[in-house]
Write a protein that binds this ligand. Structure first.
Ligand code: GDP
Ligand code: MG
Length: 314
């Protein structure tokens, strides 16, 4: 069974990247995802609790592709967060391009919000604050509520030196969400589609598997390999109780390939082993995983180069 994972040719000026969606329970994360991508939200990883970043949704617009990731654990109250969990949450934040912090904007900012903001301030990433449930806010209170969040964010600023933007939205009615997406997309790096435009709706399995591999790459290589690594799952073959998965990891430079492969193949074996263990949970059975590493110079900048290498419609 060959499954195509066709990447469209991205127009000039296209932007793509990873957005961490962060928010305490009940602030409206699921509602927002459904509002943004509608029925396309299909991926619910069965290994949610064991992965650091969970792929939640892919949002493709004519000019950008946003890959929304869940960052579990970060919303826990401070006293429940062990040092290790804080480390892991910080690590997860470091693997994305933009952070979307969702709060219940119908309530004033609280201590839990302050804790998350403090954590994000150390992350050195663009942060967008969405004040959700704007439909519940009486017009006379909107200013006062927004001010409580503005105060919370005081001192937080992006690379541009501008303060973190604040977006009143309603995940329920859709008010303000188009503007939110535009604003997030503007903070993504220039780059081609990372996934097919219709990815999440019909190919959840490859995407999840690719994400599990990407996660292991990031976990094992830290800063040495940028998170512009792409993973393409070429084939999933069911062979009795065993599932064989063939995948290619695309990097931009041969030095990155050397790091990924490691001494005598040791790094690639570790990455493969970690991904295989996760995949076995997905399939609930043994998995054979074969990984290839391919260098595609400037792949993020060159959709045509990807096409040449067979990274569009098979
Ligand atoms: P999550 O735990 O962050 O995923 O939150 P949910 O998406 O499950 O939403 C929690 C509750 O808040 C649900 O009852 C939603 O209907 C409600 N909710 C979410 N967004 C909005 C909004 O913009 N306005 C209103 N009025 N309710 C919302
Ligand atoms: Mg939810």
């Amino acid at each position: 069974m060959e499954i195509s994972q066709a990447l469209p040719v991205s127009p000039d000026g296209f932007r793509s990247g990873f957005v961490a969606l962060i928010g305490r329970p009940n602030v409206g994360k699921s509602t927002l995802l459904n509002q943004l991508v509608g029925e396309k939200v299909a991926i619910t990883s069965p290994v949610a609790q064991t992965t650091r970043n969970r792929l939640r949704a892919i949002l493709t617009t004519p000019s950008a592709q946003l890959v929304l990731l869940d960052t579990p654990g970060i919303h826990k109250p401070h006293h429940l967060l062990g040092e290790r969990l804080v480390q892991s949450a910080r690590g997860a934040i470091g693997e994305v391009d933009v952070v979307l912090l969702l709060v219940d904007g119908s309530q004033p900012a609280g201590r839990g919000d302050a804790y998350i903001v403090e954590l994000l301030r150390q992350g050195n990433l663009p942060v967008h604050l969405a004040l959700n449930k704007h439909d519940l806010v009486e017009p006379g209170r909107a200013m006062e509520l927004a001010d409580s969040y503005r105060e919370l964010l005081a001192g937080g600023e992006g690379e541009s030196g501008l303060p973190w933007p604040l977006h009143p939205v309603s995940a329920l009615t859709g008010e303000g969400t188009a503007e939110l997406v535009r604003s997030l997309a503007a903070d993504l790096p220039a780059g081609p589609h990372l996934y097919p435009a219709d990815a999440v709706s019909d190919q959840p399995e490859q995407l999840l598997l690719a994400e599990l591999i990407r996660e292991q790459v990031l976990h094992h290589t830290r800063e040495e390999v940028p998170h512009s690594v792409a993973v393409r799952v070429e084939r999933i073959v069911e062979d009795g109780p065993r599932t064989a998965v063939l995948a290619t990891v695309v990097v931009e430079r041969s030095s990155q390939k050397a790091i990924l492969i490691g001494k005598g193949g040791s790094m690639l074996r570790e990455i493969g082993k970690g991904a295989r263990l996760q995949m076995q949970k997905v399939f609930d059975g043994p998995v054979y995983l074969e990984l290839f590493v391919k260098v595609v110079p400037h792949w993020r900048r060159s959709a045509s180069r990807l096409a040449e290498l067979g990274y569009t419609g098979d």
